[in-house]
Write a protein that binds this ligand. Structure first.
Ligand code: HEC
Ligand code: HEC
Ligand code: HEC
Ligand code: HEC
Ligand code: HEC
Ligand code: HEC
Ligand code: HEC
Ligand code: HEC
Ligand code: HEC
Ligand code: HEC
Ligand code: HEC
Length: 489
């Protein structure tokens, strides 16, 4: 029955040929008549519009209407490519500048094959026989359209689903790497990017904007676009481009500010991975600004103590009620700079003054003022102790024990910087007092040593004076005796 249908179709298609021109693609003609999927899809294929025929990929003789002849091995027919031969079919053209430029006058890059081979997806698949992905995994096989066409599987709005075919398939992914999460799409859909993308916005970030397309690498690979030191620039390709971001109601200064911050300088200039990149504060796939009440948790992943102290301070409730972004209100977000004691107190430039400056009688004002005074006293006592130590050292006094002890005062000074976040007088004072105890012991030790030194110098002076006097009197006495002896002779 099937054979009969085919034969009828064949004779039908042959009769059409009689009326058509010489350059007819016989492969397409006959397959269209069969009405199979490849030929149906191929009608909208970008390759079809460039004059490419079925035989450019499958081989064979596209001028012959004879099925046997058209699809014979002798005319180069390769049948249905399998495994890595699929990609090879594509790279025969796409990795060949000669063909792409000379024959098709194309301005497209011709590096997709090389990039893919070096990418994480170019590794051998579990079967051990072929790479993890083929060109057709992302672009389809027949019915390939321009990457800018909204029906393309890699068009920004469709891409997340294309990647998630594998990456959200827990069973499949487990066979490769059980440690790899499979929640990227779910998380992405909770982000501002993912929400707008689902509504058809093709400009927000999707998987390929952050990871690349053919060149995707493991997040741990230094060449990956999402590797910590590369990531801020990946985000900034959009976020620092005012033209691109026009129409959205957010600034485009995040990267500029970030690269001037303590965090940005550490990461980008010193390659110190302890500092946060954009994703450490915004999440990888759930890139959303942290809500005002959760900022301290974000900062707290690294500044744990500051965050804990803040959470149990009077500011936690006060800030949340007024919808003041937690740490950000005092430190900023992207432009965070070194926090010095200038921020503390009620003088001009101090952050406490912003909110408490106009109520000198309030507990908050008094606390701010008190903290600053305590801090200043520790700083100056520390300086005094150091001066005494220096004086002692210049006199050649061995004082390394006291010098070593003074490090505890520095430590207390350091702790007090963090303890500010308790916004609590007595907790703060406790730390400062610890420091003051050290400075006073060290100062005392150093003063004693110096006194000792003077005492000993004085003692030495007196004894040498006595010795000199005795020596001189002895001398004079001897001379006297000598003279007496001479006169008696
Ligand atoms: C006169 C009709 C006709 C012409 C011309 C023709 N084909 Fe076919 N082709 C068929 C039929 C019918 C089948 C299905 C045969 C089968 O199922 O065994 C087929 C099967 C195929 C297959 C699948 C083979 C497989 O192993 O599953 C490919 C690929 C193919 N054709 C490509 C081509 C190409 C490329 C050309 C031109 C060079 C071409 N065909 C020309 C009728 C034709
Ligand atoms: C751009 C290259 C390319 C062109 C052009 C192309 N094919 Fe294919 N075709 C492939 C590849 C690659 C496969 C292997 C399927 C896969 O793994 O994705 C395939 C598979 C097939 C298959 C078997 C599997 C299936 O999908 O049914 C048939 C039949 C087929 N092609 C027919 C055709 C016909 C007919 C034409 C022209 C109308 C054509 N192809 C044009 C690349 C091409
Ligand atoms: C993991 C998915 C994926 C695979 C696999 C893939 N591509 Fe792409 N390709 C894309 C995306 C996404 C784009 C969109 C432009 C971009 O971001 O580079 C693209 C763009 C293209 C373009 C347009 C020009 C360009 O480079 O931007 C061509 C041509 C292309 N791919 C060919 C190929 C070929 C050939 C292969 C196989 C060697 C392949 N692709 C494999 C995802 C993929
Ligand atoms: C015979 C050569 C040839 C083969 C084989 C071939 N292509 Fe192409 N491809 C082209 C040409 C030519 C263009 C159009 C280039 C242009 O518009 O500048 C193109 C365009 C594309 C585009 C659209 C790029 C854009 O402009 O957005 C994609 C995607 C693509 N090819 C993927 C593939 C895939 C996947 C395969 C293998 C299944 C393949 N090609 C096989 C020659 C080929
Ligand atoms: C055919 C299934 C498949 C598709 C489609 C696919 N991937 Fe993958 N991808 C994998 C597998 C499998 C691995 C794991 C490789 C390994 O760890 O050895 C992987 C690894 C990755 C990694 C590296 C993870 C890491 O840090 O180790 C990233 C990033 C990635 N894919 C992103 C994407 C993106 C973006 C897309 C869509 C453009 C995509 N993938 C499409 C199968 C796929
Ligand atoms: C806004 C940028 C961005 C977007 C959009 C994005 N990713 Fe990621 N992706 C990242 C970052 C950053 C990492 C983690 C890097 C690290 O671990 O340091 C990551 C990690 C990954 C990993 C490694 C495993 C993991 O989850 O840590 C995979 C796989 C992955 N992404 C796939 C995807 C897929 C699939 C999509 C689309 C649904 C996507 N990504 C969208 C930025 C992005
Ligand atoms: C392809 C361009 C592009 C890339 C790459 C990109 N974004 Fe976006 N992002 C956008 C657009 C467009 C918006 C939508 C602006 C809006 O919310 O109206 C957006 C929104 C955001 C928002 C929400 C802003 C708000 O308040 O509404 C955050 C946070 C964000 N991006 C962070 C990131 C981070 C972090 C990265 C890098 C890991 C990144 N983006 C990469 C284009 C991009
Ligand atoms: C130290 C943490 C941190 C780092 C690092 C960080 N951000 Fe932010 N970002 C924030 C906070 C906090 C907000 C504001 C949230 C709020 O007030 O609701 C924010 C807001 C945003 C917004 C919303 C619009 C705006 O400017 O207010 C975007 C977009 C954004 N960040 C992108 C980025 C990009 C891109 C990077 C990397 C260059 C980055 N962020 C690095 C913490 C950070
Ligand atoms: C009410 C204002 C205010 C808020 C809110 C605030 N800080 Fe501070 N922060 C300061 C002041 C003032 C200093 C400087 C202390 C000093 O040097 O005396 C400081 C110093 C710091 C330092 C440097 C000292 C150290 O501990 O290493 C870090 C880090 C810091 N803050 C992080 C945070 C984090 C994280 C949050 C949110 C949990 C936060 N801050 C909330 C005012 C604030
Ligand atoms: C990924 C870890 C990480 C995250 C998240 C992070 N930081 Fe930092 N931060 C650091 C490192 C590392 C330093 C530099 C070392 C230091 O001085 O403590 C630093 C330095 C600082 C300083 C300057 C400290 C000083 O000595 O003057 C302040 C203030 C600060 N961060 C505030 C914040 C705030 C506010 C947030 C949240 C919006 C935040 N950080 C998020 C790691 C982080
Ligand atoms: C953004 C505004 C803001 C800044 C900046 C700020 N505070 Fe406050 N603070 C408040 C609010 C609001 C409250 C609760 C209501 C009140 O007592 O005024 C509060 C309460 C307090 C309290 C508790 C007062 C009580 O009656 O129990 C103390 C102590 C305090 N702040 C100290 C400080 C110190 C020290 C600084 C500087 C490091 C500072 N605050 C910076 C807004 C701020």
């Amino acid at each position: 029955m099937k054979k009969v249908v085919i034969i009828i179709i064949l004779s039908f298609s042959t009769s059409i040929r009689v009326f058509s021109q010489d350059k007819v693609d016989q492969c397409l003609e006959c397959h269209e008549a069969i009405g199979d999927q490849p030929s149906t899809l191929f009608k909208n294929d970008i390759h079809q519009t460039k004059g490419i025929t079925c035989s450019d990929c499958h081989g064979g003789d596209s001028t012959s209407d004879d099925m046997e002849k058209a699809m014979s091995k002798t005319s180069g027919f390769i049948g249905v490519p399998k495994g890595d031969n699929v990609s090879k079919v594509c790279t025969n053209c796409h990795s060949n500048a000669q063909i792409m430029v000379k024959r098709y006058n194309s301005a497209l890059p011709w590096n997709q094959g090389d990039l893919l081979a070096q990418s994480v997806h170019g590794r051998l698949s579990i079967s051990g026989k072929e790479r993890i992905v083929k060109c057709t995994t992302c672009h389809n096989t027949h019915g390939i359209v321009s990457v800018k066409d909204p029906s393309s599987p890699i068009y920004p709005v469709n891409l997340p689903k294309t990647c998630a075919k594998c990456h959200s398939d827990a069973k499949y992914m487990r066979t490769y790497n059980p440690a790899l999460p499979v929640d990227q799409l779910d998380k992405y859909r909770t982000s501002e990017h993912g929400i707008l993308n689902a509504k058809g916005d093709a400009k927000v970030a999707e998987c390929a904007s952050c990871h690349g397309s053919h060149e995707i690498r493991s997040a741990k690979d230094v060449k990956s676009k999402v590797y910590a030191i590369n990531l801020p620039r990946t985000c900034s390709t959009c976020h620092s481009n005012p033209n691109y971001m026009r129409g959205y109601k957010i600034p485009s200064d995040q990267f500029e500010k970030y690269s001037n911050s303590v965090h940005g300088k550490l990461l980008l200039e010193k390659n110190d991975f302890n500092a946060p990149a954009c994703n450490d504060c915004h999440g990888n796939h759930s890139a959303t600004p942290p809500g005002v009440e959760s900022i301290s948790k974000v900062c707290g992943t690294c500044h744990a103590l500051n965050s804990e102290l803040f959470a149990s301070s009077p500011h936690k409730k006060a800030f949340d009620q007024r919808r003041l972004p937690e740490c950000e209100t005092c430190h900023g977000n992207h432009e965070i700079i070194t926090a010095t004691d200038k921020l503390l107190g009620v003088q001009n430039g101090a952050v406490c003054k912003w909110c408490h400056g106009d109520k000198p009688e309030s507990k908050a004002f008094q606390t701010a003022k008190f903290m600053r005074e305590l801090r200043d006293s520790l700083v100056s006592e520390d300086k005094n102790a150091l001066l005494l130590i220096n004086e002692a050292e210049q006199k050649g006094i061995e004082i390394s024990d006291a010098k070593f002890k003074l490090r505890d005062a520095k430590q207390a000074l350091f702790e007090s910087r963090t303890m500010v976040h308790s916004f609590d007088r007595s907790k703060f004072q406790e730390v400062i007092d610890k420091g003051l105890n050290v400075t006073s012991t060290v100062s005392e030790d150093a003063s004693n040593a110096i006194e000792d030194y003077f005492f000993r110098r004085w003692g030495l002076g007196v004894s040498s004076l006595i010795i000199t006097i005795v020596a001189i009197s002895l001398y004079l006495y001897i001379r006297k005796i000598e003279r007496r002896q001479k006169s008696t002779v």
